[in-house]
Ligand binder design. Sequence first.
Ligand code: ZN
Length: 131
Amino acid sequence: MAGTSAIEVVCVKCKKSYEADSIEHIDLSEDRDMIRNLKAGKANRVKCPKCKKVMYLDRSIVINFEPQSLIVVFDTKAKSAAKKNDLRREYENIIAFNEILTELAEETEFKVISDLSVLKKLINEYAKVYM
Ligand SMILES: [Zn+2]
């Protein structure tokens, strides 16, 4: 199951604020129905309950390429090396406090991707082998 969290969104059109589920974590081996939207850069789609305006949330998504040992953080804002390093440090901090995760991380490659075409290529390669 995809991991989500409830966040506050303000509609760009009518300015109504509403709560929406933002996808934070996707497991490619389980969340197959999301792959199409993910490849289109439209994973986090929300709709205003008042005026029906559709928006795409600009938030980072952790993607697990199970059974490949690869974890990707996709964040279109992580263009710079500094921002990529921030996300990597965040990842390292999270796993440092969990013994199971620390062990897992030793065998897992971690990548930060900001370019949708790079993500698309990875997912297509994954799909060729595992789907
Ligand atoms: Zn609206």
